[in-house]
Write a protein that binds this ligand. Structure first.
Ligand SMILES: [Zn+2]
Length: 475
């Protein structure tokens, strides 16, 4: 089966083929580190992580690069406005370098908590100024860019396919333009590659002038080229990155190298919160701390954010969070039941009973992920296996196979608690000791054991066959 992806560039689903067999070069637009990323940002980053995990499941080696924007991202995403970092620095009475370091560290801690596989490199824009200058100089030399005062602009009319990603044609942009046009620009839509501003704190002396800083778009073109080469297989971002950010990246990179930049462009949809846009005034710009304050774990949040299709709208509510947590608990419960069945506890008499269900589940799982990473229906067969496990009908061998499949599926999902924190045998022994203590009316010891198990996230349940246990989700 082939992996088929929706390419934002062609607006169609296409079979995925990497430029070099067996290797995928993927660039993900990362965070602007002025503020701790929120659940909406994490939807896009977790999409990138799930995509990478799926490609690895398919046998590719993934060279993944996610940038850290620590300079040059202005508040209105265009050529004007304030630098987001400098604005935040003023608010917090820190220097912008301190802000970017602090937020980047927080971001990496969040990624670890969310179980994100580390990228090959997380390049910082501020550490790639020479690479940006090289491209800008090349663009000027080739007639695609021009310097005015200390600023350098990209001439959109020099790149006839400008608009091929977003569908925004230069003529339409001009007709609809209400922005006061900077007189020094050749065309109103020309965008800045380099800006000069003596008042800027994060600035560099270059041949364009003594006090300059890069435009946001050139950063990604330069970092992608430095770490992955002239051509990428996949470039991802949130849907809000399509225009102007990615349109401008394409114009710069392709004009400079003369080669197609990324083969596949993939964009995740915005996350809605409570049915609308996130906003500070509504107090619903949730970070991982807000999730924890409501009693949820990063693992549960990861599940809530990846279980829908990345191109479908996703509405984040506390109700949805609760639902995700309980679904995840069912998957953890499935693992616990399979473990017991694999040991012969409550297993069907035929060792292979249920094996065909495991194979069908695997086929279904892979079929849907191959269809543009359609996680939602890919999960259905996993819950189907649980429905079967509830009737206790897996044989010993089939249960072992199901566990192996879940372990493999979890390589993509990264949410099921497969690892055993406290060895199963140890838990069984403790439960037996507790039963014995209760029989001899040593309630103190029985209670002690119950508390110890609880502290390990083990839930005890009475069943006709005696006490059974499972791991609580999030533990
Ligand atoms: Zn970017």
């Amino acid at each position: 089966m082939t992996f088929v992806v929706y390419n934002s560039l062609s607006k169609t689903k296409e079979p995925f083929r990497s430029l070099e067999p067996g290797v995928v070069r993927m660039y993900n637009c990362g965070p602007t580190v002025y503020n701790r990323p929120h659940v909406g940002n994490y939807r896009a980053f977790l999409f990138a992580d799930t995509l990478r995990r799926w490609l690895e499941y398919c046998g590719f080696r993934v060279e993944q690069v996610m940038n850290i924007t620590d300079v040059g991202h202005l508040t209105d995403d265009a050529d004007d406005g304030e630098d987001k970092l400098e604005k935040q620095a003023r608010k917090e009475k820190l220097d912008p370098w301190q802000i970017s370091r602090k937020v980047a560290e927080q971001f990496f801690a969040d990624l670890r908590a969310l179980g994100v596989r580390p990228a090959k490199v997380y390049p910082k824009a501020s550490e790639h100024i020479p690479e940006m200058v090289e491209i800008i100089e090349g663009l000027i030399a080739k007639g695609h860019a021009y310097a005015v005062g200390g600023d350098v602009y990209f001439d959109v009319k020099s790149f006839p396919s400008y608009g091929k990603l977003s569908g925004n044609r230069v003529e339409d942009l001009e007709a609809g333009s209400r922005i006061a046009v900077r007189e020094e620009k050749r065309n109103p839509e020309d965008f800045a590659l380099w800006k000069s501003d003596p008042a800027h704190i994060m600035k560099w002396a270059t041949r364009f002038g003594p006090d300059g800083f890069p435009g946001w778009h050139i950063e990604c073109s330069a970092m992608a080229r430095k770490h992955l080469g002239d051509r990428l297989d996949i470039h991802t971002g949130g849907e809000d990155n399509i225009f102007p950010h990615h349109e401008c990246e394409i114009a710069q990179s392709e004009s400079f190298t003369g080669k197609p930049f990324a083969t596949y462009w993939m964009h995740s949809k915005f996350l809605q919160v409570d049915g609308g846009k996130m906003s500070k005034s509504l107090g619903n710009v949730y970070t991982l701390d807000d999730i924890a304050a409501k009693g949820y774990t990063p693992r549960q949040l990861r599940f809530a954010l990846i279980r829908g299709h990345y191109r479908a709208p996703l509405n984040f509510t506390w109700e949805a969070m609760k639902d995700a947590a309980s679904s995840l608990e069912n998957l953890d419960d499935l693992v616990a039941r399979l473990r017991r069945a694999a040991k012969g506890d409550g297993a069907a008499s035929a060792p292979n009973a249920g094996s065909e269900l495991v194979e069908a589940a695997r086929t279904e799982f892979e079929k849907h992920l191959n269809d543009d990473l359609n996680v939602a229906p890919a999960l259905a067969p996993l819950f189907g296996l649980r429905a079967h496990a509830l009737s206790g009908a897996f044989g010993v061998e089939a249960a072992g196979r199901a566990l192996a499949f879940l372990t493999r599926a979890n390589e993509v999902l990264g949410v099921i608690e497969i690892e055993e924190q406290l060895l199963d045998a140890k838990i069984d022994a403790l439960i037996q000791e507790r039963q014995a203590a209760r029989r001899s009316k040593d309630f103190l010891r029985a209670d002690e054991i119950r508390k110890l198990l609880e502290s390990q996230g083990i839930v005890l349940e009475d069943s006709p066959k005696g006490v059974i246990w499972r791991r609580k989700s999030g533990a």
